[in-house]
Design a protein. Structure first.
Length: 216
């Protein structure tokens, strides 16, 4: 029986691809580098901002300046909620789940940005403050399982009774390492190229947020 659901943020709860892509491309253009498509940059998301910036410059064939990460973060913070929206059905899904069991968020995005997005999209009301963890906290970033295990501990739930919902191979590996169950969001922009053939029989894939409810 599932007693805790832990959601990834980007590509699972919210569609932030355009804001991330335009922020990366603004930086690339300012550095005289070739910009990349929104879809290409979306595939670079999931391992934290530093990795996204490194991948964007590598894809452009450019050497990043020493302050590339700081510049990207400043650009992205200025447009954090310009285009980012919750995926359709997310509000209804969370409203249906929240009275039944605790909900958590585990993301590699910095915690301040995470909270701004959750607040700005009126999603914060579904999550207890200490059940939201970002990539700049005391634990390593996903796919290290420490953050997921910490959220389980805070909720008083054994990992085997928790479900990680995400859209990428990073989330899948995190859940496996932590010993939780996992459900992958095919609708998320991080799912492209996911090795579906490697999924275990009890590892699920959903095509919409609402499809999660019948699995619980």
């Amino acid at each position: 029986m599932i007693r805790l659901i832990v959601f990834d943020l980007d590509g699972t709860l919210v569609d932030s691809r355009r804001d991330l892509a335009e922020s990366a491309n603004t930086l690339l253009a300012a550095c005289g580098c070739a910009t990349q498509s929104e879809a290409a940059i979306g595939r670079m998301v999931g391992d934290g901002a530093a990795t996204l910036v490194a991948r964007a410059f590598a894809s452009s064939g450019c050497e990043p300046p020493a302050d590339a990460l700081a510049r990207f973060l400043a650009i992205y913070e200025a447009r954090l909620l310009q285009c980012t929206r919750a995926y359709p059905e997310i509000d209804d899904l969370l409203a249906a789940l929240e009275p039944r069991l605790p909900l958590a968020v585990l993301t590699n995005k910095p915690i301040a940005s995470t909270r701004r997005i959750l607040d700005g999209l009126d999603l914060a009301r579904f999550f207890l403050t200490d059940l939201v963890a970002g990539g700049d906290g005391p634990h390593p970033r996903k796919p290290d399982p420490a953050g997921l295990r910490t959220l389980c501990d805070r909720a008083g739930v054994e990992p085997a009774a928790a479900l990680m919902v995400g859209d990428s191979i990073v989330d899948w590996r995190t859940a496996r390492a932590a010993g939780t169950r996992v459900c992958l969001a095919r609708y998320g922009f991080g799912f492209e190229g996911f090795p579906v053939g490697e999924l275990a029989p009890d590892e699920r894939v959903i095509d919409s947020p609402a499809a999660l409810l019948p699995l619980l």
